[in-house]
Design a protein around this ligand. Structure first.
Ligand code: NAD
Length: 265
């Protein structure tokens, strides 16, 4: 069943810049009523929201300053967005870092906050809690589907997002809540997260290796991921996992079940 984004209300974490901001623009371009941009960086967030309201009309975007690793701030952010918009329909848990030199923080942002953001979305949007149902899109990476030597903990965090979102995307949850959960796995996309990645690893050697591996992969602009995001919010089935890479159209990934990948005797 297609999800119609027209007239809906959205919240995007890490939406002040990069791919998150591209999601916000693509949602507004396609008729979403308004978007709450939640981000740690209030300068970029304020600027982004000013530009969005100039481009799409006054009141189309609000900024909420939020460190997603702080449980109380993330909870207050979801509540503020839901109060301002009289509910929420779309949540994109996008805030993330690629920085294995701060791996505990990386886990806090990329995994813990995405889990908390998914619970909060279910609490607000769940039909079993008085909500309207809706869509949660969690952001993993192609590195949620493959190994990479240069940034092992980042890879682990993105594998966690895939498992988390596929599990929240099982019928048990949807049947009670009416909330669909999809996963976006972007390939290498031109943002500071990538251009600065080689400075942010455990050691200089690992940083070099991380840079070399990232350089070997196809590149794209954030707008391509945003187009793919619209497609999966509208058409993705509950629990589905999608890749957007190399400027190509988004495609769904078939993840083999345990029985089908048995090797050896
Ligand atoms: N750029 C890529 O190649 C790529 C590839 C695959 C996946 N991703 C994922 O896409 C998402 C967005 O990445 P991007 O490339 O746009 O990164 P980016 O660095 O350009 O933007 C990330 C945004 O998140 C915000 N943020 C960081 N920590 C935060 C915190 N604690 N609380 C709130 N906001 C915080 C930043 O202020 C920034 O606005 C991330 O989850 C990233 O892992 C990116």
């Amino acid at each position: 069943m297609t999800f119609d984004v027209k007239g809906k209300y959205a919240l995007v974490t890490g939406g002040a810049t990069g791919i998150g901001l591209a999601y916000v623009k693509e949602l507004l371009r396609n008729g979403v009523a308004a978007v709450a941009v939640a981000d740690l960086d209030d300068r970029k967030g304020d600027n982004a929201v000013k530009e969005l309201n100039t481009e799409f009309g006054s009141g189309k975007a609000i900024f909420i300053k939020c460190d997603v690793t702080k449980a109380d701030e993330l909870t207050a952010t979801f509540q503020k967005a839901a109060q301002t918009f009289k509910g929420l329909d779309i949540v994109i848990n996008n805030a993330g870092i690629l920085d294995d030199s701060r791996w505990e923080m990386e886990i806090a942002i990329n995994v813990t906050a995405v889990a908390r953001g998914t619970w909060l979305a279910f609490d607000i949007m769940g039909k079993n809690k008085g909500g309207r149902g809706g869509v949660v899109a969690n952001i993993a990476s192609i590195l949620g589907l493959q190994a990479m030597a240069g940034c092992p903990v980042y890879v682990a965090t993105k594998h966690a997002v895939v498992g988390l979102s596929r599990s929240f995307g099982m019928p048990y949850h949807f049947d009670r809540t009416g909330v669909k959960v999809v996963t976006m796995c972007p390939g290498v996309t031109d943002t500071p997260l990538i251009s600065e990645a080689h400075h942010r690893q455990f050691t200089d050697d690992l940083g070099k290796e991380c840079g070399r591996e990232l350089d070997s992969l196809p590149k794209q602009q954030p707008e391509n991921v945003a187009k793919g995001m619209l497609h999966i919010i509208r058409n993705g089935s509950n629990g589905s996992v999608w890749v957007s890479e190399g400027g190509q159209p988004v495609y769904e990934v078939a993840i083999p079940e345990r029985e089908t990948i048995r090797v050896g005797n």
